[in-house]
Design a protein around this ligand. Structure first.
Ligand SMILES: C[S@@+](CC[C@H](N)C(=O)[O-])C[C@H]1O[C@@H](n2cnc3c(N)ncnc32)[C@H](O)[C@@H]1O
Length: 238
């Protein structure tokens, strides 16, 4: 903390200033979330979010635009035409990917959010919003697939708006996807949530489990996204 001798003002250390700014932004976001304007803000918010992230020196929590780029690139690189998302929320990933995949399924457990997304994508025949618990819906979807799919796992696995996450949900889904005879690709968002505390596995636990149980898969974490791909296709994956 420093004092300015000329005007008597005091300046908190930089880390405190940054912390305050983050807190104010988060409080503003939480307030906005309770209003009907949140959907609109989210639609315009991607670019400012992205540049703000660059300005802050690319902290662990990555912006949605980067997540969209990763999902798009993995679809192209591994020549996968079906995207399956857990956690639709406001349908931002679905909207961003609607021209990149020929079939998109998105699973949302909150009926109001699922209904909102259904209306939003009603005109898109290749997009299906399914209301239900991803733990139950994912195995049902796997039964229907005839070609490998890209899974975007983003259903608040470590807790969501104050609710405690169910520690087994992630492992149930990863296990069912990797046990399928088709070689699916998995991207898990918010890998920083894999803390290794309070019953939540660490990212290295997940890597060790996947690579020892499913020897043909390799796991890496980059930009807060845990990526599980077939080992045979791992060369040159970002
Ligand atoms: C982080 S948001 C998803 C953001 C979205 N994937 C995107 O990229 O824009 C998490 C969502 O997962 C939903 N969710 C939580 N538990 C779920 C479950 N068991 N099955 C399906 N959706 C779930 C929440 O209601 C919330 O809408």
């Amino acid at each position: 903390m420093t004092f300015d001798l000329l005007d008597g003002s005091f300046h908190p250390p930089l880390f405190l200033e940054t912390l305050c700014r983050e807190e104010i932004l988060n409080a503003f976001r939480r307030l906005l979330q309770r209003t009907p304007f949140y959907g609109v803000y989210k639609a315009f918010g991607h670019y400012p979010d992205y540049w703000y992230w660059i300005l802050r020196g690319r902290p662990t929590r990555s912006p949605h635009l980067l997540k969209q780029k990763t999902v798009r690139e993995y679809g192209e690189k591994f020549k996968v035409n079906t995207l399956i998302e857990t956690g639709t929320y406001y349908g931002e990933m679905v909207a961003a990917m609607k021209r990149n995949f020929s079939q998109i399924y998105s699973v949302e457990s909150v009926p109001g959010l699922a209904e909102r997304a259904r209306k939003k994508f009603a005109a898109e025949a290749h997009i299906k919003i399914i209301c239900g618990d991803s733990r139950i819906v994912i195995p049902e979807l796997l039964d229907k697939l005839s070609r490998p799919a890209l899974f975007w796992l983003d259903a608040g696995y470590y807790g969501w708006i104050g609710k405690q996450g169910e520690s087994d949900r992630l492992s149930i889904e990863i296990k069912s996807i990797l046990s399928d005879p088709l070689e699916h690709i998995i991207l898990l968002d918010d890998a920083r949530g894999l803390t290794g505390r309070d019953g939540v596995p660490s990212a290295s636990d997940v890597k060790a489990y996947v690579e020892s149980t499913f020897a043909k898969r390799s796991v890496e974490v980059k930009y807060d996204i845990l990526r599980i791909i077939p080992r045979s296709l791992s060369d040159g994956a970002d």
